[in-house]
Design a protein around this ligand. Structure first.
Ligand SMILES: Cc1ncc(COP(=O)(O)O)c(C=O)c1O
Length: 355
């Protein structure tokens, strides 16, 4: 609050010095050479796709993610090609990616869903073999690592969101990280009307700028990120051991070599074994004061906006996941007592579903 107040008092509310500082601290934290702040995760994806794709190019996108990963491909005139996800990790599977390649495939858009890094090594191998660009959707993965490197370090471009549910928030906001200076320069031009110097416009651009007020929040949040992620990981460990061996309930599995940032803690239910539907389970938890969410109730190929873009194919894993996943609270504000209560309640509900 103090940081925001200082910006307000300065009278400089537009993008300025504080945005520069936020970008510098973000780039340092993830180990990337450049970080470019924008006004949402969606615009980050839009700018990344716009810089790397041409109309008609195909991009392989996991079928199980938030809509923007694919809708922004459409927004730049390219075509999202959905691939099914790994049934254990719910993430884009490099083997399945290879089955979807065509001569028009230009890029991969893997998602570090829930904060769990995708199989970065496997996906980069595919990208190198077929000369594909990679745009990583890290909207949920601030602070996640893969073999010791922050997910924001990997080429070509990594896109983040600062929506309030994320590990770092500015209310609304986003960031692109890259180590390619020409891409970074392109993003800076495009986010601000292609303006090279005052009122000299060299490219088609937009107003996708973040404000100093938002950046002040982000800069403070970056300081807290390591401890917030440690808390999330600790909470996830408590939930994972507390919810072990419940028939019909699976806790999250993590990609080999990955450090999950646990933006979301998502369990998978088997309604037949549990003896109740996900909706009933969710309702019972809500009655006992535990808020849960479904990320996501529809796989992308079933979304009305993507009708005809792969709806003729089968995506057994993402289709099943959409019916069976449920996210439990894992945020840093939970106390040990809250976590014990969640575990006790879930155990009680699963042991005696009719109560
Ligand atoms: C996986 C994923 N991609 C993209 C976005 C879009 O980010 P934003 O809401 O900041 O536009 C989100 C967040 O909402 C997300 O979870």
């Amino acid at each position: 609050m103090r940081a925001v107040q200082q910006v307000l008092k300065s009278g400089q509310l537009r993008a300025g010095r504080i945005v520069d500082q936020f970008e510098a601290s973000f780039a340092r934290a993830v180990g990337a050479r450049h970080a470019v702040a924008v006004n949402s995760g969606t615009t980050a994806l839009f700018l990344a796709y716009r810089a790397l794709l041409k109309p008609g190019d195909e991009v392989i996108v996991p079928d199980f993610t938030f809509v923007a990963t694919a809708s922004m491909v459409v927004a730049v005139g390219a075509k999202p090609v959905f691939a099914d996800v790994d049934p254990a990790t719910f993430l884009l599977d490099p083997a399945d990616v290879e089955r979807h390649l065509t001569l028009r495939t230009r890029a991969l858009a893997p998602v570090h869903l829930y904060g769990c890094p995708a199989d970065i090594a496997g996906l980069m191998r595919v990208a190198r073999r077929y000369r594909l660009r990679v745009i990583w959707d890290a909207a949920q993965a601030h602070g996640a690592k893969f073999h010791g490197h922050d997910v924001g370090w990997f080429p070509d471009v990594v896109c983040y969101s600062f929506y309030p549910s994320k590990n770092v928030t500015t209310g609304e906001g986003g960031m692109l990280t890259t180590s390619d200076p020409s891409l970074a320069a392109e993003f800076r031009l495009a986010r601000s009307h292609g303006e090279e110097s005052r009122y000299r416009h060299v490219r088609l651009g937009f107003n996708f700028r973040l404000t100093d007020v938002a950046a002040a929040l982000g800069r403070e949040q970056m300081r807290k990120l390591p401890s917030a992620v440690r808390k999330r990981q600790r909470h996830a460990a408590i939930l994972t051991s507390g919810l072990a061996n419940i028939p019909g309930l699976e806790t999250p599995r993590i990609t080999a070599g990955a450090e999950h940032a646990f933006n979301v803690f998502t369990i998978r239910l088997n309604p037949k074994i549990l003896g109740m539907s996900r909706a009933e389970f969710q309702k019972t938890l809500a009655q006992r004061g535990i808020e849960t969410a479904v990320h996501y109730p529809l796989p992308l190929h079933r979304q009305p906006i993507f009708r005809g873009w792969g709806s003729d194919r089968d995506f057994p894993t993402s289709t099943r996941l959409a019916q069976t996943v449920l996210s439990l609270p894992v945020h840093p504000g939970l106390s040990e007592r809250d976590l014990r209560y969640i575990i006790r309640t879930v155990r009680a509900v699963t042991e005696a579903p009719e109560d």
